[in-house]
Design a binder for this molecule. Structure first.
Ligand code: IVH
Length: 679
């Protein structure tokens, strides 16, 4: 980017960031998430670092906070409520250390690390140990008096706890001084008001039930709640509070001590918080918490790392509106902003055309993202996404990244609306969109994209599970006309493969032997492998058990198919259609000649009526074999825990399903107990 372009981008970013700051901080009505906003700010601050001549006093990087809303009484803070500088990487953290080492010696410095709770800051003043004022941060100098509201928060003591003398001595403080100040002085503490994820979810469930709009996230719901003028509504919202700072001097010399003292005074404090001796400790702590992040009861957006020694902390002073002695070591957001380089269409096995945004590579929570799904035409229209747009992309867990929204103000001039293709981009075949369906489909039976995807599916893990035969090799085999349909796979010999790029004698033999091994296949897997629309793993199993052989299945009627428990009308119709197709009939004949289909053994009724959920890694069984065992005994399998679940089988590293089972009172059993059930 040259200087002229940088200047223009800086100007645009400033306007955009300021707009979202206003929506978020002043109106409490954000339109984009914190991490998306952070991403824009990060881009701006990087540009400003590169071109410092473009920094202006009104840049969002030069100031923090906004005006308080005029509804509550204003409160002037005794000491300003500051914010923190963000660092995102170990390098940025080290750069912070280098900067402070110019002011204080850092070789023997201890740190204190704690969770950065994603809520909002609150100052609580206690007079003669009784809660006097609860004030929001506001612009840092003046906040709003929300005392009546925060009194409804159960984790905020209305009267300070009076610690025992021994307790105070144990943490190295003068008991007389502390007790005297508690009982007759004024004490100000600071912390974070927040809403737990489960409270947030139950509020949204309720909203949904009432047909009202759902809230965006726990942080904004909590902020909105404290701004409620009616405390009785606040009380219902079950806010929470975590204390992290003691403003009043009670003789504490370390931040660590401050936390211990806050606990003695009756506040909830961070149980993960700890002293850290060096950078290694800091990064280990960061990694540990980052891993646990999703499972935590409330949202956190990073760690706060402070110089533990209060005297040194004070000596480091304040730069701008942030203390120099602490930083927010943030976690990557699950959202980031990036640019759309292209919009392409992918054709799947069933002919569905899926639009995909090709993105300027962006790191989201440690993963390089270059593509995001746009789902279908309606989604493209809803987003009004165009080439060249700056977009907010989200990547949560293992889910395929998707586009959350388009930042229209950053749209280049003359951009054009995306037009959904009327023909299949691969085979030029006819594309239709059936009534009531969101997807466009290529209906050309001979579409090469569909054909290839069908073959990928045929050899995949849950189908024939041919180890070593992935999409790349299939592509080569198809290109060389060695495989025209799936039955040709079984006719391959090492000599055919030898001509292909990447194959030598040993590898060719290996693949052929792996293909030969796959020939012995269960009826259920075989039906699944056919790739019939609406026939997934579960339906294939049901069909296999019901019909017991492929011949029986081919002879059946649509009416019979509907009688199979668990097979719906759509699936029945689709199966019949598939079986009646001339080419498919031909293919089935060929396949049956090549392979050895195993009919399912008669199932026992031992687990009939029982529903199982599997979670975590089992020691002796693979997921698939555990599932197979359950099915063979007549049990059902579900992917999520509900009141209808009979057992949750928990292996190593069991996750949220384990927690949910605990909450719902569903019986949790170990692998051993599970195997005993089968005996
Ligand atoms: S210490 C100098 N500790 O983060 C400011 N802040 O970006 C002292 N926050 O406004 C803040 N958890 O609302 C501190 N354990 C924690 C925190 C925390 C969340 C928030 C706080 C503050 C913002 C600073």
């Amino acid at each position: 980017m040259d200087k002229k372009q940088a200047k223009l981008r800086v100007e645009k970013l400033k306007v955009e960031i300021n707009h979202h700051r206003y929506l978020y901080h002043v109106l409490d009505k954000p339109e984009i998430s914190d991490s998306a906003w952070d991403s824009l700010k990060h881009e701006l601050s990087e540009l400003e670092n590169k071109f410092p001549e473009f920094i202006t006093p009104d840049s969002p990087t030069q100031r923090v906070g906004g005006k308080p809303l005029p509804f509550f009484k204003k409160v002037a803070h005794r000491a300003p409520m500051l914010s923190l500088e963000d660092v995102f990487t170990t390098e940025e953290f080290e750069a912070w250390l280098t900067r402070i080492s110019k002011i204080v010696p850092t070789d023997k410095l201890d740190f204190f690390g704690e969770l950065k709770v994603d809520g909002f800051a609150m100052s609580l003043t206690y007079k003669k140990s009784v809660l006097n004022i609860g004030a929001t941060r506001g612009d840092g100098k003046t906040g709003e008096d929300v005392t009546e509201n925060i009194k409804t928060i159960q984790s905020i003591p209305l009267k300070l706890r009076e610690p025992k003398e021994s307790e105070i001595k144990n943490i190295g403080l003068n008991a007389d001084k502390v007790l005297k100040l508690i009982s007759s002085g004024e004490i100000e503490i600071r912390g974070e008001v927040f809403m737990t994820k489960s409270v947030f979810e139950s509020i949204n469930k309720e909203q949904k039930k009432l047909g009202l709009a759902e809230y965006a996230n726990p942080r904004n719901t909590a902020a909105g709640t404290v701004r409620q003028l009616d405390p009785s509504i606040v009380a219902k919202r079950k806010l929470d509070f975590l204390a992290y700072g003691l403003v009043t001097d009670l003789g504490q010399t370390e931040h660590n001590q401050e936390h211990l003292l806050l606990k003695l005074l009756g506040f909830k404090t961070d149980i993960e918080a700890r002293e850290l001796k060096n950078i290694k400790d800091v990064t280990n702590f960061w990694n540990e918490i980052h891993k646990k992040r999703e499972k935590m009861a409330w949202e956190i957006d990073g760690l706060v790392i402070s110089v533990n020694n209060n005297q040194i902390f004070s000596k480091l002073g304040v730069v701008g509106k942030a203390p120099r002695g602490a930083v927010a070591f943030k976690f990557p957001g699950i959202e980031a902003t990036t640019k759309v380089l292209d919009i392409i269409i992918q054709v799947g096995r069933t002919g569905v055309l899926t639009p995909v945004a090709v993105l300027d590579e962006v790191d989201i929570n440690g993963v390089n993202v270059t593509r995001a799904t746009l789902h279908n035409e309606d989604e493209i229209k809803r987003l009004d996404i165009r080439m060249g747009d700056t977009v907010i992309v989200q990547r949560a867990g293992d889910v395929i990244p998707d586009v959350v929204s388009v930042l229209k103000n950053l749209r280049p001039k003359n951009s054009k609306e995306f037009k959904f293709p009327k023909k299949c981009p691969v085979c030029d075949g006819e594309v239709i969109r059936q009534e009531g369906e969101a997807a466009h489909k290529c209906i050309n039976k001979k579409c090469s994209a569909k054909h290839r995807e069908g073959l990928y599916h045929f050899v995949s893990k849950k189908a024939f599970n041919i180890v070593g035969l992935g999409p790349e090799i299939i592509d080569k085999l198809v290109d060389e006309s060695l495989v025209k349909d799936s039955s040709d796979i079984f006719k391959l010999e090492p000599k055919h493969l030898l001509g292909l790029e990447g194959f030598a004698e040993v590898s060719a033999k290996k693949l052929v032997s792996s293909i030969q091994k796959s020939k012995k296949i269960s009826l259920a897997r075989f039906i699944y492998a056919l790739g019939i629309i609406h026939v997934g793993e579960e339906t294939a199993n049901l069909l296999a058990v019901y019909f017991n052989s492929i011949e029986n299945l081919t002879l059946t009627s649509e009416e019979d198919l509907k009688k199979v428990p668990g097979v719906g009308e759509k699936a029945a119709k689709s199966i019949k259609q598939w079986l009646e197709d001339k080419d498919n009939k031909e293919l089935l004949k060929k396949l049956v000649k090549e392979i050895d289909i195993q009919s399912p053994p008669k199932i026992s009724k031992k687990l009939a009526g029982k529903t199982f959920v599997l979670t975590g890694t089992l020691e002796t069984l693979s997921r698939d074999s555990a599932k197979e065992k359950i099915r063979l005994m007549g049990g059902d399998i579900s992917s999520s825990v509900s009141k209808e679940t009979t057992y949750v089988v928990a292996g190593e590293n069991a996750g949220s399903k384990f927690d949910k089972a605990g909450k719902l009172g569903v019986k949790i059993i170990s692998e051993k107990e599970f195997l005993n059930l089968m005996d």
